[in-house]
Design a protein. Structure first.
Length: 157
């Protein structure tokens, strides 16, 4: 893949990458930085992309790794309870679902964010997370059960 094609494909994908990073990191500024870092890393590693038809999956995986590094860095710097709240109006932020999703184990949270908030299909989610599709289906089912139970306990369902 040439740099010109890379630029065109990244530009078409930036909105989806931003939404995914925003859901992972919670703030607009951090999401923009994560997308920029992911694009930079992808450009540097462009020669390692063997199958251009998987470009979207490859880019999303790079972005998720950048977001996870940032979350680990935050946790080290200020402790989990001091993580900043999301800024700006967003439907996801306004729902009681937001905190319930944040409390899910990371493996389940990844599936929920990619499937329901970033708009990936089950097969795309499996490819991005490098998991069998059956595992993604199981994690999705488990996450939805946990969310339903928690929201029923809070009286929001």
């Amino acid at each position: 893949m040439e740099r010109e094609e890379f630029a065109v494909r990244v530009e078409a994908l930036k909105g989806q990458l931003y939404r995914t990073a925003r859901l992972y990191l919670g703030s607009e500024a951090d999401a923009l930085e994560a997308v920029d870092e992911a694009v930079y890393q992808a450009l540097r590693a462009l020669g390692t992309l063997r199958q251009p038809e998987f470009f979207e999956t490859w880019m999303t995986r790079i972005l998720i790794n950048v977001c996870r590094r940032e979350l680990r860095r935050r946790k080290r710097l200020m402790g989990e309870e001091a993580l900043p709240e999301s800024a700006g109006p967003d439907v996801y932020d306004a729902l009681p679902l937001k905190e319930a999703v944040r409390r899910l184990p990371e493996a389940l949270r990844q599936v929920v964010i990619l499937r329901f908030f970033a708009g990936y299909t089950q097969a795309e989610t499996a490819a991005v997370l490098e998991l069998p599709q059956g595992t993604v289906a199981t994690r999705q089912r488990r996450a939805l059960e946990l969310l339903r139970l928690e929201l029923e306990e809070e009286g929001t369902l």
